[in-house]
Write a protein that binds this ligand. Structure first.
Ligand code: BGC
Length: 883
């Protein structure tokens, strides 16, 4: 038993705190989880902030807050909040606080500030002001119509152009636009903003995102030109809707919007084709720089028939979906780096090594004769002769083609495609290819990274890194399964075990809320949902393992305290669960499509659909019934949060019935396990708490034996690999989980690293060909959330969602030596670490201002509650945990 001593707790001195309070800063002000968002549509806006001590080591609690909202900054500074003054609200809450002021209308800019009181009722100064601005909230706000061009051949992008006159000084201007599939807005010759691959992908029959840009910095008194390039994206045929609103200093407002068919200025919108000759997400982009139309997006003062081959844009059928504001982190180029290596494998054929598998593209710089054709073919793998191997991309051509303009230096990168790659084979390059001619561009939804994990066992750090890189490669407005082949879909089965890992790595509140909307969009009247959302492939009904519909929302509630997703989708959740219920026979849910997908080859059914990745030994009906139980448990929890007590009771009751049916159907008394008694069956049963207490020790022993019989290797697929590590860790066998997680022989994460992986593979096997051998696939990445949850022990507290109160419960594996992890929550940064010496263990913890933590001591001594500040404890090293 460890003897507990608190070495330091810098938060104790009241005196010090109150002096210091004056230095307290309110930081990280967000509205709908975004900083100063333009064009919001989700109402009422939800406001949040963090408290940060200016000086290291000074901490406090918030006991009350006051929010003021005004229509101008001046009103705020004059203390005249004309839209809302919350007054002093006694509350510790500092996240997702609904605006309760005067009702908001479209295009309304609101400035807000906040002050807080500490635990001694000292009042902070007001924060600096932040703002939000509403978008076009009603369909009547849209004055224009969707326009298009003549049916385009071969994936040509369309270039739209409109010229207009501004006669007086402008106060502000907003461009609202929805260009499908992808668009790029130019004003007077300049690209507006730094977003790419916009708008985010949705089911266009249900919702179409419009984005809002501040257009004022690009406009001028006199003639102005709008140019929009629209590519195919996920729609496959370019369409544009745009509205530009100009607010003049004299108080007048002018609106111009897309209209088709008008032939005369000032209403005419022209459309034509340009240098983008082909564009496809999967196949790549073709760009002929000889066709560049210099000045196509600037006003031509003499005669606006330019470019001469443009014709009048025509009205086009609008997408059926509702226009909604894109309240989501945009996709951006988030990183640019030089190639790691370039090899000339045959004269004139170069293979570039980006040094890392990633999602994005290559930017090229060159001087070449006009018409020189340069081809860039992207791949994850190489053949033995050093050339690229695209076999695992299936039908995706993954090729960008550039025709040089000739003359001085040219620079180009694609705009309507992206690739998953490590290698690029470049052909047609004029002369020698040097590293300074290329940039590797990493492209993803620009979610903030929020978690770091380091420990004294380099292999685990390396695994953590490749999981992070895989997750980062698969955030493209949808949590995709892979970034390279002809797929890139939001698979619900993968997300069931991936969402937690995503949350420990990225601030994903808006992203997941959007994805849960995507699932709701594909729900049928009978409650069924599909395997992918937005739906492109897979089955309807989705495999019952698709609890990610509920779980993503539930985890957003736990991690961010965001219960609005629960509220919004409660009805949909109920209908999906009712659908599953209706498919049961005697309490067993027999249908299963993927189950514990993609276990090691020897455990997969080689005859099964989907390239032999269905588990041979794990009965689909066991997995499906287990998940039915999990659905009920989550429904009961959600119903409780939403105070729907009768529903909660119903789901709890149903959960018990399903558990009983599960036990009846799958428990094998003779072996002390479930189903085929393999790792997956027993790990799932333990993780879902389906095992009656008296049987737990037997099942755990059984599971441990099974792992040992496989040389400390797993035999699980995408789902149960998570449950295997977690069930062992929960039941006192973190040593066994650790051995599995740190294997370097097949099948294991370490085996991937040994074979050069820089991102996770789809299968445990190394293969560079075939239908299902992605090398950048996040579905096996739950080992990373296991590290955060069990090795660093950072856990949400279900009773206090949103990490204002949280749990620290590290499990000690002394072979690790030490662990240091951080997690940026909405309330501030948590850090948790420990180091183990021969007989002593030191636990270190940082709790952000306004937060508190319960530390569950690994040596079994009573748990400790701590407040904001830095804490460290030493205990006797709990030897029983040494692996
Ligand atoms: C996807 C996987 C998914 C599977 C389910 C594959 O094509 O890439 O991520 O789990 O389909 O069938």
């Amino acid at each position: 038993m460890g003897l507990l001593t608190e070495c330091s707790s810098k938060s104790r001195s009241q005196e010090r705190e109150s002096i210091i309070f004056e230095n307290l800063m309110i930081i990280g002000m967000v509205c709908n989880q975004l900083e100063n968002p333009l064009g919001i549509g989700y109402l009422p806006p939800l406001l949040g902030w963090k408290l940060s001590p200016q000086e290291k080591g000074l901490w406090c609690y918030q006991s009350a807050y006051q929010i003021q909202v005004a229509s101008s900054k001046e009103y705020l500074s004059a203390n005249e909040p004309d839209l809302w003054d919350s007054g002093k609200i006694i509350s510790e809450k500092s996240t997702l606080i609904p605006y309760e002021g005067t009702s908001l209308c479209s295009r309304q800019r609101c400035f807000w500030r906040v002050r807080v009181w500490d635990q001694h009722d000292n009042c902070s100064p007001f924060s600096l002001s932040s703002f939000w601005e509403t978008g076009l909230l009603h369909s009547e706000d849209w004055e224009g119509e969707w326009i298009g061009g003549p049916p385009s051949k071969g994936g040509l992008a369309l270039y739209f152009r409109h010229v207009f006159n501004i006669k007086k000084p402008i106060l502000r201007a907003r461009a609202y636009l929805a260009g499908l599939g992808y668009h790029e807005l130019h004003l007077n010759g300049k690209k507006v903003g730094d977003h790419v691959l916009e708008p985010g992908w949705t089911d266009y029959d249900k919702r179409v995102f419009y984005v809002t840009h501040d257009a004022a910095p690009f406009l001028q008194i006199g003639y102005n030109a709008i140019g929009v390039i629209v590519g195919n994206g996920w729609l496959g045929m370019p369409k544009l809707l745009l509205q530009l609103e100009v607010f003049y200093e004299d108080g007048s407002i002018e609106t111009l919007a897309t209209h088709g068919g008008h032939t005369h200025a000032p209403d005419v919108w022209h459309v034509g084709t340009g240098p983008v000759r082909g564009n496809s997400i999967y196949d790549g982009e073709t760009y002929d720089a000889r066709l560049e139309m210099s000045g196509w997006d600037i006003p031509n003062l003499d005669n606006d028939t330019f470019p001469s081959h443009f014709s009048v844009a025509m009205p086009i059928e609008s997408p059926r979906g509702k226009l909604c504001s894109q309240e989501l982190e945009p996709i951006r180029v988030v990183g640019t780096h030089a190639p790691k290596d370039i090899r000339e494998i045959h004269p004139g054929i170069f293979v570039v090594d980006a040094g890392q598998n990633l999602a994005g593209w290559v930017r090229i710089r060159l001087r070449a004769k006009a018409g020189t054709c340069i081809q860039l073919r992207y791949a994850e793998n190489l053949r033995e002769d050093g050339s690229i191997n695209q076999d695992n991309l299936r039908t995706a051509m993954a090729t960008d083609t550039y025709y040089a303009k000739g003359g001085d230096k040219e620079e180009w990168e694609p705009r309507f495609t992206y690739h998953g790659f490590r290698y690029v084979q470049i052909e047609g390059w004029p002369g020698q290819l040097h590293p300074d001619s290329l940039d590797i561009r990493t492209v993803r939804s620009d979610l903030k990274p929020v978690g770091t994990f380091q420990c004294g066992y380099p292999l685990l750090n390396a695994i953590q890194k490749i999981v992070f890189n895989t997750e980062a490669s698969n955030l493209h407005s949808v949590p995709t399964d892979c970034p390279q082949r002809d797929e890139r879909l939001g698979w619900l089965n993968d997300m069931t075990v991936r969402t937690e890992e995503l949350l420990y790595h990225f601030q994903a509140g808006q992203f997941l809320a959007k994805w849960v909307d995507d699932i709701a969009d594909i729900q049928n009247s009978n409650g069924s949902i599909t395997d992918t959302a937005p739906f492109k492939w897979g089955k309807r009904p989705a495999d019952p393992v698709s609890v990610s519909y509920l779980l993503s929302a539930w985890l957003c509630h736990l991690h961010y305290g965001d219960f609005r997703i629960l509220e919004t989708h409660y009805d949909g959740f109920q209908r999906w669960v009712a659908y599953l219920e209706a498919q049961t026979e005697e309490g067993i849910l027999r249908y299963s499509s993927w189950g514990d997908w993609a276990p090691p080859e020897a455990f997969a059914d080689s005859e099964s659909i989907g390239a032999g990745a269905v588990s041979r030994e794990t009965p689909g009906e066991l997995i499906s019934t287990g998940y039915l139980y999990y659905h009920h448990i989550l429904m009961a929890k959600i119903a409780n949060v939403l105070e729907k007590r009768a529903d909660a009771t119903y789901y709890e009751h149903r959960a018990k019935e399903v558990a009983a049916a599960f036990h009846r159907a799958f428990w094998k008394e003779s072996v002390g396990g479930y189903g085929s008694n393999n790792q997956s069956c027993n790990a799932l049963a333990l993780s879902f708490h389906l095992v009656p207490a008296e049987n737990i020790p037997r099942v755990v022993d059984n599971l441990v034996r099974n792992v040992e019989n496989h040389g400390n290797h797993l035999t699980t697929g995408n789902l149960c690999s998570k449950y295997l590590l977690e069930a062992l860790s929960e039941h006192g066998r973190i040593d066994v989980a650790f051995r599995i997680a740190t294997q370097t022989t097949y099948p294991s994460w370490g085996y991937m690293l040994e074979n050069g992986a820089t991102t996770l593979w789809e299968r445990w096997e190394y293969s560079v060909g075939g239908a299902m051998h992605s090398h950048n696939h996040p579905m096996l990445g739950s080992v990373a959330s296991w590290m955060f949850k069990y090795l660093a022990g950072i856990l949400p507290d279900e009773q206090h969602p949103g990490f204002r109160r949280f749990i620290i419960h590290p499990r000690i594996v002394s072979k690790l030596g030490w662990v240091e992890a951080t997690y940026h929550t909405q309330n501030g940064v948590i850090s948790s670490g420990w180091s183990s010496q021969s007989d002593r263990l030191e636990i270190r913890l940082k709790v952000p201002s306004n937060c508190c933590a319960k530390i569950i001591m690994p040596d079994g001594t009573p748990s400790i509650d701590v407040g904001p500040g830095e804490h460290s404890f030493t205990t006797a090293n709990p030897v029983s945990y040494i692996a």
